[in-house]
Write a protein of this length. Structure first.
Length: 457
């Protein structure tokens, strides 16, 4: 066993839980916050392209959930394999931990090439189905076509980064994301405006940035610094199946989020028509960008601390798991309370980054205030679902996640039909409040049994 391995295990065994949570949560939260810049910076510059800004921004908005859906496959493998690796490390089975990383690397490579091929074949139909009117289709098609070229880099950078964070190298994981985001911020204006490439330039800048992040992640995992590195061989279908089973919950959370945003865009076009529909699609793109600044850092807090849950679950330490749940929840509530304040006091500052058109600003500000009404109670579900995922309790996590999506789906379908197209934004707070109650209830009912049983996976 290497020195790094002993150091990480000793930290997870003996350090105070509050210090562990803060040490892992903050870099992961900041990494996710910076990661949001990939999409926000693209949309910010696209929205300010002279003459075509609003239409191009709507096109990027149609692509947004498709891009996120593609990225969800990285979470399926990364967040599925990393808790299993943590559990094996907690059990002192380092060879089994290494085997998990090797299988996840190959699984991500295969997924990336398959997804890129399939989406290229279907992209025209997908964009038309998912809300791209004739006016915005050319911009959506251009952005998605070029973005797909970086699928391999995007999936490897996001998925394999989880194995860096879960070994206690949260700062290194954050650095890989920051480097990519900085590249994207620097390259976007060059490709979009200086070289005059417009929407295509935004996508190319994103691909190059993802290549930088991927090189950073793989360079670290192939080095001698981590206790568990990427190796070749020992590929097992059983291991891959186990990773996919555990990772099903985060995959469904992100994938169904993307699918529901796609359905939301379709509902906006259906109930709003080509004129109002295109305008609301532009506004919804900005709303979803703001929501990413909440959901992704919050997911960084709850997901970045999964290694604490997984390690102590494997080490049979329910007392430390309960403390971790408490501190993760408090940290998440503090963050969402701050973002609630921003959303309801100064949302127009954020909106004006994307557009200066008064009608768009007014509509989007109101939509942000409605959409974020339930973000504080939303923290409860994030904590419970990611906590159970970290311990490998996938069935409970998936059930809670899907229940919230079902409520959101019903809201998208029925609220605009009954109250008008603008009411579609109330689907989010409705589902957040219901999910908070259901998640808290399930945790209180099952946590004692789960932590007392503490079965090995």
């Amino acid at each position: 066993m290497s020195g790094n391995s002993r150091s990480v295990q000793s930290t997870l065994d003996t350090d105070r839980i509050r210090e562990l949570v803060w040490r892992l949560a903050f870099p992961s939260m900041l990494a996710q916050f910076v990661n949001v810049l990939y999409s926000i910076v693209d949309r910010m510059y696209i929205g300010n392209i002279p003459d075509i800004g609003p239409a191009a921004l709507a096109g990027a908005g149609v692509c947004g959930p498709i891009v996120t859906l593609i990225s969800s496959f990285a979470s399926w493998v990364g967040v599925g394999g990393a808790p299993l690796m943590s559990i094996r490390m907690g059990q002192k089975h380092m060879r089994a931990a290494s085997r998990i990383v090797a299988n996840c690397f190959v699984l991500l490579l295969g997924m990336a090439f398959l997804i890129m091929f399939l989406v290229f074949l279907l992209k025209d139909r997908l964009l038309a189905w998912f809300g791209a009117s004739p006016a915005i289709f050319p911009y959506a098609d251009t952005y998605l076509s070029w973005y797909l070229l970086g699928t391999v880099f995007a999936l490897l950078a996001t998925g394999m980064n989880q194995f860096i964070i879960c070994q206690g190298f949260a700062k290194t994981g954050m650095l890989s994301v920051v480097l990519g985001a900085v590249c994207n911020i620097a390259l976007d204006p060059v490709f979009i405006f200086v070289l005059g490439m417009g929407v295509k330039g935004a996508a190319i800048a994103t691909v190059i940035s993802q290549m930088v992040s991927c090189a950073c992640v793989l360079g670290f995992l192939f080095s001698k610094k981590p206790a568990v590195r990427i190796t070749f061989g020992s590929y097992r279908r059983r291991v891959m199946a186990q990773v996919l089973a555990v990772g099903l919950s985060p995959f469904l959370i992100i994938a169904t989020d993307s699918i529901l945003i796609i359905v939301m865009n379709m509902a906006i076009q259906h109930f709003g028509g080509n004129g109002q529909g295109d305008m609301l699609l532009t506004c919804n793109t900005i709303v979803q960008s703001f929501m990413l600044m909440i959901s992704m850092p919050l997911g960084g807090i709850t997901g970045g601390t999964q290694t604490i849950m997984g390690y102590n679950y494997g080490a049979r330490r329910p007392d430390r798991i309960r403390k971790a749940f408490k501190h993760v929840l408090l940290l998440g509530l503090a963050f969402t309370s701050f973002m609630f304040f921003i959303a309801h006091v100064v949302p127009e500052v954020f909106v004006r980054i994307f557009t200066k058109e008064p009608a768009y600003v007014e509509t989007t500000v109101q939509a942000i205030r409605v959409y974020t009404m339930g973000i504080i109670p939303m923290t409860v579900q994030y904590t419970v679902v990611d906590g159970f995922t970290g311990m490998g309790i996938a069935k409970v996590a998936v059930s809670l996640s899907l229940f919230r999506k079902f409520i959101y789906f019903l809201g998208i379908l029925f609220l605009p039909a009954v109250l008008g197209v603008g009411a579609v934004f109330y689907a989010e707070p409705l589902s957040d409040v219901v999910a908070c109650v259901s998640s808290a209830t399930v945790f209180l009912l099952l946590s004692g049994k789960i932590l007392g049983d503490n079965r090995r996976l």
